[in-house]
Design a protein around this ligand. Structure first.
Ligand code: TXA
Ligand code: MG
Length: 342
């Protein structure tokens, strides 16, 4: 299949019309969102879901997120409630995904056999225009080959999907860089199944209690029957071994500099001059979880292009604002952590 690659700019009406038609007719379109790029298909069409799983090489028990242009559009396929609308008022459009009971119209192939459906209303204008042009809700996982880091640029999508899908819309770099916060509603609040830019502290402004699923910080808890099926799969792993190192910045530098093979380091901007390894990649400011989230997936892809046998990175704190980063990077490292103490 030939893949059409469209660089979005002002006045792309014709491209959105065609992309919308492809979706309505059962084809796939990759598109930008504020978190990562998505691989979209018509959420009402079971064969579109099958095409998504095939293009990604993804196990079909891992459910897809259904994207809407406005929060109330979820009524057509999900059972909403007042908590959903309270959350929508604060965080939608934006990087929040809410799990709700599904209605009949959503095929089980979209939800991996579950009776619930994940709903998200992205804030990226291109994503919203595409959903409107399609006229149907858009089921979309991240647009990467299963197991690779989620794409944060059109180029990443092209690397993974060229020849497999009819169209890629390139809307520039994803602003956030990690996927949305996924939550399940509880009678007294909500549970974070996957952390993202919207943190527990922010959610606490809207619901009374926020719980965090064990699998968020402990990949081994995502075994047999994980609450969010996506958490049990190995994710984001670069080809070379990625090792997370906990401890002070100086202990980290000493440890990295004592390594004798070919290594790369994901260094904080503040101390990137302290290493003597061949490849030093700027992970962002030590004090900015936003910068580090923005850079992470792109850097993990860069790691596959350089010649190294090991990559060292700081172990992020497990605190609220770093939780999404912690969750992604421990998976990328296959939970390989070395603690140097303070
Ligand atoms: O930011 C995002 O959420 C991106 C963009 C494209 O919107 N999408 C994304 O989709 O990350 P995906 O498929 O890569 O991740 C979906 C996550 C998985 O961890 C999956 O298990 C969980 O959401 N999920 C989906 N439906 C669910 C459901 N019904 N119950 C529990 N978890 C669900
Ligand atoms: Mg994904």
């Amino acid at each position: 299949m030939k893949t059409e690659y469209i660089l979005l700019s002002d006045g792309n009406d014709e491209a959105y019309d065609r992309a919308g038609r492809i979706l309505r007719e059962g084809g796939l379109v990759a598109f930008p969102t504020e978190t990562v790029y998505g691989l979209g298909g018509n959420a009402y069409d079971p064969t579109a879901a099958e095409k998504i799983f095939a293009a990604k090489g993804r196990p079909s028990d891992n459910p897809l997120i259904v994207h809407v242009a406005r929060p109330e559009e979820a009524e057509a396929f999900a059972v909403t409630n007042s908590t959903y609308y309270k959350l929508a008022e604060c965080f939608m459009p934006g990087p929040l995904t809410v799990i709700l009971p599904k209605r009949e119209v959503i095929p089980k192939s979209v939800t991996g056999g579950l009776n619930t459906v994940a709903v998200r209303c992205p804030s990226h204008p291109a994503a919203r225009r595409l959903i409107e042009a399609a006229g149907v809700p858009v089921a979309a996982p991240s647009a990467n080959i299963s197991g690779k880091p989620s794409p944060t640029s059109g180029r990443h999508v092209l690397d993974d999907m060229n020849g497999k899908i009819p169209m890629i819309l390139d809307g520039g770099e994803s602003a956030i860089g990690v996927e949305s916060t996924v939550i399940r509603l509880e009678s007294d609040g909500c549970t974070i199944l996957r952390p993202g830019e919207i943190t527990a502290r922010e959610l606490l402004g809207v619901v009374e209690n926020v719980y965090v699923a064990d699998a968020v910080t402990d990949p081994s808890a995502a075994g047999e029957n994980p609450e969010s099926p996506g958490m049990k799969y190995r994710h984001y792993a670069p080809r070379a071994r990625l090792v997370l190192v906990g401890g002070s910045d100086s202990a980290f530098a000493e440890y990295v500099n004592s390594y004798e093979g070919k290594c790369a380091v994901l260094a904080y901007t503040e101390n990137k001059n302290e290493y003597n390894c061949a490849c030093i990649l700027d992970a962002g400011s030590k004090r900015s979880p936003e910068e580090q989230m923005h850079n992470l997936f792109s850097l993990l892809r860069t790691c596959d292009e350089i010649d190294c046998d090991i990559i060292f990175a700081h172990l992020p704190p497990k605190t609220d604002e770093y939780l999404a980063l912690y969750n992604r990077i421990i998976r990328a490292a296959g939970n390989e952590i070395i603690n140097l103490g303070e």
